[in-house]
Design a protein around this ligand. Sequence first.
Ligand code: ZN
Length: 113
Amino acid sequence: MVKICSYCGCENQESFNFCSNCGRPLIPKEEKNLIIDYKKLIIISYVVTIIFSWGGLIFNLLFNSYGFFGIIGLFLPFYLIQSKNKSVKKHGYIQIALSLIGILLSLLLIFYI
Ligand SMILES: [Zn+2]
């Protein structure tokens, strides 16, 4: 087995932690992709959570309808907090808080306007 440098493509021995050609760290490819996927997932989850929970609020304001679809915005954060990755978990809790504020405001609008 050889480790292929993801920066310069140089083949390195399995035991090497740094590329013998360019000196950059040799991160296994799957692991590197996983980190990027987590970042993507967090960003997508933020967007979806905000669109659904706060979008529901705007929907209520504009159309005076019962836009309960704000609750859909809770699904992704609940998925995130089950992650073993601490930073993913933290973002999950932040998103749940954001979502709950949006839903709470929607409910207030429904009952008081
Ligand atoms: Zn290299």
